[in-house]
Structure formats: structure tokens, C-alpha cells
Design a protein around this ligand. Structure first.
Ligand code: XUL
Length: 512
């Protein structure tokens, strides 16, 4: 009986597999591969190779192929992969894989006796794949924005102004610097659609969710934009293949998966998507106002909106897996800023939380501009760390100041984009700290619930696989409910205290 769904996630540092019960949608087995530790032959650090003086950051696509093979071998030790009805995947967004014409035959002819990576060595016109950490494309972004009428016009068209890590500018840089290798490139795929191609045994299309992280997709028509493609490289549209909906069933698994890993021949493969769209499904974001706050090295806020929202300052709009939209805001000053304040006063996280508990919402109008590093979406005049009304030795005030400052800054960007938040699901390391969640509830004035799942992207991919059986999106969104902790409600009266603090913050941040 085929009673499982499989979700795979190729993130920057690891490959994860999550199997769900196809009826209850509850997780039943997991496996993971860490690229640095488990595949040391590729010599990556944190899953990538920093390569070159201009901010190039690449990863070897063959490492992802080995990662897929290994994570399936590990999962097979826990469950019979023949029970899987359908599989979908998630991958780090923006990275691009450059394939020769020979790639099609190589994918179709994968022989089970040998590891798949070895059979694909000749398939690439570029051995490395630039990933989202790459920031070598300033000139290409400027050229793309100029061709489309400026950053605001690029954002109106594609959902984001030209961004260094986005795939269009990345392709442009490669085509301009290595024209012979570009001429040898028959097809370009995202990390997601490259890995879907392995499952399928032929080139897979990219899905609309991941395609919206390329600066190439016209968000209104949901097709490649001719002008954006032409501004990046010759014949680009043809080399990308038409994008498909995130729940498109692409076909059945390739024979190598049946013979090598024991998949059933009729197991269906869905389009893969980016990790952020997949996380949105894993976190259950499917109604206007549903939003998630991921508190990690950087903090990310994403909010669901059925109708297309404005692009937030320094942010993006992606198409969500169910065909709606997802506004995404990233704040580089996440744990980095919280740790800097914790360390300045020689505290541990317990001490930091106690300081938050001793101080009132609004911090008695004392504020901290928390830009320990430059922050997209904030005016450059606001760069740097600045305390207003806060004494240099006031440890409690600084602890609350940094967290309130981070969330107030995000709230301003949310408001400017006209987004309305109804509730927040928190994930990431710092979400384990209830005192920080209380500050989020007070600043955003919405209930906050922590989601206990660590890999929401793999979970979201596994849930998307249920679409192969036509399972309604509502069922998939509801599946995350048992994984949420009790809600943290806003402190009574905190709205007023924070309104005053927010006004002082806005003035100090250069809003006039
Ligand atoms: C989003 C982004 C990252 C990557 C890697 O725009 O660059 O979140 O998807 O996880």
C-alpha cells in the first residue's frame, strides 16, 4: 500500500528528507545529510565554496546529486520507499545550474549500478553553481534595472528590484564573462528544478514560486518577461523552459530510483520549489494576514496575501505554492545584533530573557537603532548602532532596545507595503526564547505561536506532495496546527506604549 508522502529539502548546508503519513499528514520518518561532514570530498564550508575576489560563492551541483542519493539511502533504512505515493522537493532559492545539451540523455540513462553523480560529470557547461550568498553581480543588477526602467520598475514587474543573488543577474554575469561556456549551455535550471530533473529522469520545469526569485518572471502574466530575459542573456527564455504551478505533477519517478532505492514505479513527482515558498506551506500560511517570523542568523518575515501586495522596502514578492503571494522581508541584523548586545553586557540567554522581563513594553521610550551591519530597506542615513535616551551601561534597556528595535524596523517595512498581519508563527533558534516572542507579540500587536518543526521547508514540500491526490490546500495548511505551541498574546496596554516608542524610533531612523 502506498501510504506515505515524501518531502526533500536541499538547503545551503544539508539535504533533509521527511516522510509523512499520507492520511494524517503527520511526520513518520526523517533523514539528513550534512554536506561538509558527509561529503568532504567536495571541500565545502557551510555547503559552499567562496571563489574569487568579487564576492562569488558557488556550490558543486554534483554534491547535491550525491546528497540526494545519500539522503534516500539513509531514509531507506527507516522506511520502505516503495510506500511513497508522491514526492516533492524544496531547495535554497536563486542558485543556478548550467547544463549542456548532453544532460538530457545523461538524465534519461542513469544506470543504477553506479552513483548518479559520476554519470553526470559531463552534463555541465559550468562546474560550479552560483548560490544565494553570491554578491558578485552589482554591475549586472544596474544593467537590468536600467533596461527595465529603474529598480522600482523592475520590482513592479518581477516582484523585486534587481538583487545580486537573484538568478537573472547571475546568468547575465556568466554569459558576459564566459561567452563560450554560455554558448555551450543548452538549459539553465534552478537548484530546485535541477533536482526535480534527477527524480524525473529528464529536464524538469521550474515552479512559479522559485521562478519569482529570478528577476525574470512577469508576476502579472506568470510567464518569463521577454525584456528582462533579453537584458540578461541571449535566448534565455528558451534555455529556462516554461514555468509551471507549484503543485504540477510532472510524471513518475525515473527507473534509477526504482532499482536503486526501491521506489514504486508509479510514485509521482511534483515540481520542486524554493525553500521560502515551501516553508510557507510547512508553517500553514494560506490566509490573508498569516505571517511567519524566522529568527536566525538573519531574521526573515514572510506574510501571505492572496492578491498581490506591494513589494516591501528591501523585500520581495514571490508566488506562493497555492498560487497566492508571499511578501518576504529579510533583516541582516538578526541573532548577530542580539548576540552583540548579550555579549556587551556579558550575559547568557537566561540573563538576556530576565532583562526583557524586567523592562516594560516600549522600554520607557528608550530606543536602539540596531543596524550592526547595513540593512536593506533602511535609508543609508540610518546605518550604525544608535542609542536614544539609553545610557551606555543600561544593560536591561539595551536588551529590550535591540529586540524592540529589530521588530519595530520590520514593522515599519510591513506597514509601508500595506501588509496586514493577523498572526505570527515563529521559527528559528531565537523562537525558543518566550521573552523574545512576547516582544514580537507586543510590537506587532498580534498573537505569536512558535512552530516546533525545525525544517519547515522539507515539511512544506512533503505536504505539497499531497496535491498529487488533489488534497485541498486547506487540509495542508491545517496540518501545521498540532506543531504550534500555545499562543503568546500581546501584553495589555502594550500597543499604546509601543506607539510612542515607534514614533521616536521613526524620527531617529530618518523618517523626518
Ligand atoms: C531568500 C534567500 C534565502 C535562500 C536560502 O531570498 O536568499 O532564504 O532561499 O535559504
Amino acid at each position: 500500500m502506498r501510504d506515505l508522502l515524501l518531502g526533500l529539502d536541499c538547503s545551503t548546508q544539508s539535504f533533509t528528507a521527511v516522510a509523512l503519513d499520507a492520511v494524517s499528514l503527520a511526520p513518520v520518518a526523517e533523514a539528513a545529510v550534512n554536506f561538509d561532514r558527509d561529503l568532504p570530498v567536495y571541500g565545502t564550508r557551510g555547503g559552499v565554496l567562496a571563489d574569487g575576489p568579487e564576492g562569488e560563492v558557488l556550490a558543486p551541483p554534483l554534491m547535491w546529486v550525491d546528497g540526494l542519493d545519500l539522503v534516500l539511502a539513509r531514509l531507506r533504512e527507516r522506511v520502505d520507499l516503495g510506500r511513497i505515493r508522491a514526492v516533492a522537493g524544496s531547495a535554497q532559492q536563486h542558485g543556478s545550474v548550467y547544463l549542456r545539451a548532453a544532460a538530457g540523455a545523461a538524465l534519461a540513462g542513469l544506470d543504477v549500478a553506479r552513483p548518479p553523480a559520476r554519470q553526470l560529470i559531463g552534463a555541465f557547461s559550468r562546474t560550479g553553481a552560483p548560490v544565494w550568498l553570491d554578491h558578485s553581480t552589482a554591475a549586472d543588477c544596474a544593467a537590468l534595472d536600467a533596461a527595465l526602467g529603474g529598480p522600482a520598475a523592475t520590482a513592479a514587474l518581477t516582484g523585486s528590484p534587481a538583487c545580486q543573488r537573484f538568478t537573472g543577474p547571475q546568468i547575465r554575469r556568466f554569459a558576459r564573462r564566459e561567452p563560450a561556456a554560455w554558448a555551450d549551455t543548452a538549459q539553465v535550471r534552478l537548484v530546485s528544478s535541477f533536482l526535480a530533473s534527477l527524480l524525473l529522469g529528464r529536464l524538469a520545469p521550474s515552479d512559479l514560486g522559485d521562478a519569482s526569485g529570478m528577476n525574470l518572471l512577469d508576476l502579472a502574466t506568470r510567464t518569463w518577461h521577454g525584456g528582462a530575459c533579453a537584458a540578461c542573456a541571449d535566448d534565455l527564455g528558451d534555455r529556462l523552459g516554461a514555468p509551471v504551478a507549484s503543485d504540477a505533477v510532472l510524471g513518475q519517478v525515473a527507473p534509477w530510483l526504482v532499482a536503486r532505492h526501491g521506489f514504486a514505479a508509479d510514485c509521482r513527482v511534483l515540481a520542486w520549489s524554493g525553500d521560502n515558498p515551501c516553508s510557507a506551506t510547512g508553517l500553514g500560511l494560506g490566509a490573508d494576514g498569516d505571517a511567519a517570523l524566522s529568527l536566525g542568523t538573519s531574521d526573515t518575515l514572510f506574510a501571505y496575501a492572496g492578491a498581490r501586495p506591494a513589494t516591501p522596502p528591501g523585500g520581495h514578492v514571490f508566488i506562493s505554492p497555492d498560487g497566492g503571494h508571499l511578501a518576504l522581508l529579510c533583516a541582516a541584523n538578526g541573532s548577530l545584533a542580539r548576540e552583540a548586545v548579550r555579549d556587551r553586557f556579558r550575559l547568557d540567554w537566561g540573563g538576556f530573557a530576565a532583562a526583557l522581563a524586567r523592562t516594560p513594553p516600549g522600554n520607557r521610550s528608550r530606543i536602539l537603532l540596531p543596524w550592526f551591519r547595513p540593512q536593506e530597506g533602511e535609508p543609508s542615513s540610518a546605518a550604525g548602532v544608535r542609542a536614544v535616551g539609553l545610557a551606555a551601561d543600561d544593560a536591561d534597556g539595551w536588551c529590550r532596545g535591540v529586540v524592540e528595535g529589530q521588530f519595530l524596523a520590520l514593522r515599519r517595512r510591513v506597514t509601508r507595503a500595506g501588509l496586514r498581519l493577523a498572526d505570527l508563527r515563529a521559527t528559528g533558534g531565537a523562537a525558543a526564547n518566550p521573552a523574545i516572542l512576547q516582544v514580537a507579540a507586543d510590537v506587532f500587536q498580534v498573537p505569536v505561536r512558535r512552530n516546533r518543526v525545525t525544517n519547515t521547508a522539507a515539511l512544506g514540500a512533503a505536504l505539497r506532495a499531497a496535491r498529487a491526490d488533489g488534497r485541498p490546500w486547506g487540509d495542508l495548511m491545517a496540518a501545521s496546527a498540532p506543531l504550534l505551541d500555545a499562543q503568546v498574546a500581546p501584553t495589555p496596554g502594550s500597543g499604546q506604549a509601543l506607539a510612542l516608542t515607534a514614533a521616536i524610533f521613526a524620527r531617529a531612523a530618518g523618517d523626518g
